[in-house]
Write a protein that binds this ligand. Structure first.
Ligand code: BDR
Ligand code: CA
Length: 355
């Protein structure tokens, strides 16, 4: 008869795995699949990650949409009852930014990426309405009642020194958590952003990348905070990893999960690649998830003092790195400049097959 492992060995093994796992809070302006959705599902499925929760913030999407789409994708990976979703700020810090956006685009111009996320269309209503419209069914679970900011504060205090905050959307929730509870700063293990663009043009304006353009004041508060460590995955790395039609089709061929497959089949990318076979997209947030899973993917980085321009003008949301001396109060950040493209895509395809 096969000898059963002593219970103590199993308990120790489970404790060891739990201890070795990175505790991650994913703060996101969630979308279906690429890029925030794939990033979230990869993180949840990685054995080295404990996804403590998902906090939604306005940016690429409205919080109602981001919440519905996060819940549905957590359902897809059978995590809807395991990973809490907490709803966050539905507006950036600058008053009336959505209302004045049409004029702002005239005033300050538009970058190479015309997409303006939630600034380009009206709030669609409640997360329940979005869920039913997209999925024709009643939601399986609801977001928790706790606000995203309070969830972040509570989880960091519950796990001092252990929590990584992956900020893959505008930094509004993160900034307000830091303002509400500055005592959590030394308790945060590290912050990893998808945001900014230091050595190349922005995408949303020539000066600014979308996430930090969407709420420059919040990004400035965040990057100027003396975290133990902050890692920035900006366009400097992200725009070196193009996402072309053949990669999208390869993902479509690999994914078996019916919920994810339907999202792939109905995604706007199908239309964009169909209209222009040479259309180039990017995977931005997925790179953050990938380097959390395997930090050896990073092939080039530089640590410099950084800041964000929060003056309402042509440079609003611009991220700045200081080769010599930064402004008073600026903090150092690890700016990721490149990753191993082949190993990155292998990891992405591998995880897409696990959904
Ligand atoms: C960032 O903006 C969003 O569109 C993406 O999800 C990514 O976080 C890229 O500028
Ligand atoms: Ca995002």
């Amino acid at each position: 008869m096969k000898r059963l492992l002593p219970v103590t060995a199993i308990i120790f093994a489970a404790a060891f795995v739990a201890q070795a796992q990175q505790k991650i809070i994913l703060d996101t302006d969630m979308v279906e699949i690429f890029d925030d959705g794939i990033a979230m599902m990869m993180l949840h499925l990685d054995p080295g990650v404990e996804l403590l929760g998902v906090t939604t913030v306005v940016g690429n999407s409205w919080v109602s949409e981001g919440t519905a789409w996060a819940l549905r994708q957590l359902e897809a990976v059978k995590a809807a009852d395991k990973v809490p979703v907490a709803m966050g700020f539905t507006r950036p810090l600058r008053p009336e930014r959505h209302a004045t956006m049409p004029l702002e685009r005239q005033l300050f111009g538009v970058g190479h990426d015309h997409w303006a996320g939630s600034f380009g269309y009206p709030d669609p209503g409640t997360w329940q309405e979005v869920y039913k419209k997209f999925y024709g069914a009643e939601p399986v679970v609801s977001p928790i009642g706790q606000h995203a900011v309070d969830f972040i504060i509570e989880q960091v205090k519950k796990h001092p020194g252990e929590v990584t905050i992956a900020a893959i959307g505008p930094c509004t929730n993160l900034a307000m958590a830091l303002r509400k509870a500055p005592e959590i700063v030394p308790m945060i293990k590290r912050v990893i952003y998808m945001g900014g663009s230091f050595f190349r043009q922005g995408n949303t304006t020539p000066a600014a990348e979308f996430n930090w353009w969407a709420d420059p004041e919040a990004a400035k508060i965040a990057v100027r905070t003396p975290f133990k460590e902050q890692v920035i995955v900006g366009l400097d790395a992200c725009e070196k990893i193009t996402f072309k039609k053949h990669e999208y089709e390869k993902v479509c061929g690999i994914v078996k999960n019916p919920i994810v497959k339907r999202m792939l089949d109905t995604n706007v990318l199908v239309k964009l690649y169909g209209e222009n076979a040479d259309y180039t997209h990017y995977i931005w947030d997925v790179i953050v998830a990938a380097i959390i899973i395997d930090e050896t993917l990073i092939t080039e980085e530089v640590t410099l003092p950084v800041d964000v321009c929060a003056d309402y003008g042509l440079s609003y949301g611009q991220s700045l790195a200081y080769i010599r001396q930064g402004p008073a109060g600026a903090q150092n950040a690890r700016i990721i400049k490149n990753v191993d493209k082949d190993r990155l895509w292998k990891l992405i395809y591998d995880y897409c097959g696990k959904f």
